[in-house]
Design a protein around this ligand. Structure first.
Ligand SMILES: [Zn+2]
Ligand SMILES: [Zn+2]
Length: 307
């Protein structure tokens, strides 16, 4: 089952060196979600061949411009190309006021239904759920209210072991019960527990997005043990004081957070305009957490099953 992250923007604050402000696409089983929507996100979607109309849910972490200034443009374009499918938007409550004002003064009535779901930054909360996936928010510590997002796959039922059920001549009508954990008793009276008749599905995978935040243990529990962690790494550690002043994280701290929370892999992004070359940030995070990669724009990262 597909579970992957495509980076559209990796820059903090301003577009520079060909890098764009924050945005990414999460594809889970062909359900397309967007996290943050900085300026230029529409162009990045076009550049990387991702159809905006496939997006069903947009999650906005906070109201600094580098995380949502692309939103009204994207919503307007969806309207202009005749989108009919509903769209769900999650973000801090004032976002609705901002969008309403923009739409009101341009006398635009969207042709599709836009459902706004306000988020809160006081405590972790589940904000979206379907049969396969659960999305939750958790508080980050930034200059203004900000939440991270965690995507968790739901556990899947085991598969029926066809060889075994056929050998025992178990009628297919019993397969759903066996998958749900019920055993089966044959005509001879032999009992087979579900575990003997099924093949377990792989353990559910998880992805967490942390941008923007100061390095703090406050959200350790919320991102515990994810398969892939995206963490902002705005500065090198020599700028730690500046990171603290501006409520951001250094690459070393991002690596430490991945290590401390037992993440399997780490992606770093939200790079400051002061760094033209990103390798030093990668080296710094990798020095404490080896399985680190740079969130390069256009690159797609699989959320891998734990081995
Ligand atoms: Zn930012
Ligand atoms: Zn910010």
């Amino acid at each position: 089952m597909t579970f992957e992250v495509t980076i559209l923007g990796s820059s903090s604050a301003t577009p520079i060196y060909g890098r764009h402000p924050s945005s990414q696409i999460i594809n889970h089983h062909d359900h397309i979600h967007m996290i943050d929507c900085g300026e230029g996100t529409q162009q990045q979607l076009q550049r990387f061949g991702i159809r905006a109309n496939k997006i069903r849910h947009i999650f906005i972490s906070h109201l600094h411009g580098d995380h949502f200034f692309g939103l009204i443009g994207l919503l307007s374009s969806m309207h202009l190309v005749g989108r009919k499918e509903e769209l769900h938007l999650y973000g801090p409550a004032p976002l609705k006021e901002i969008l309403d004002l923009q739409l009101y003064h341009s006398q635009t009535t969207l042709r599709y239904d836009l459902f706004f779901h306000p988020t809160q930054h006081e405590s972790p909360a589940v904000i979206f759920e379907d049969q396969l996936l659960r999305v939750s928010t958790f508080p980050l510590s930034h200059r203004i209210p900000c939440t991270g997002f965690r995507f968790d796959e739901k556990p899947r039922q085991p598969k029926v072991d066809m060889e075994k059920v056929k050998a025992l001549e178990i009628p297919p009508v019993y397969y759903p019960l066996i998958k749900q954990g019920k055993g089966y008793r044959t005509a001879d009276g032999d009992f087979y527990p579900s575990a003997e008749l099924t093949i377990p599905s792989p353990a559910p995978r998880s992805y967490a997005y942390c941008s923007d935040t100061i390095y703090t243990p406050a959200y350790v529990t919320a991102i515990w043990n994810v398969n892939l962690l995206y963490h902002e790494a705005t500065f090198l550690d020599e700028m730690r004081d500046r990171a603290e002043e501006t409520y951001h994280t250094t690459a070393l701290q991002a690596g430490l957070m991945a290590f401390e929370t037992q993440a399997k892999e780490l992606l770093i992004g939200h790079f400051s305009a002061r760094y033209k070359q990103l390798e030093p940030l990668l080296e710094e995070a990798s020095s404490v957490f080896e399985a680190t990669q740079l969130a390069k724009e256009g690159a797609t990262f699989k959320v891998k099953y734990a081995v």
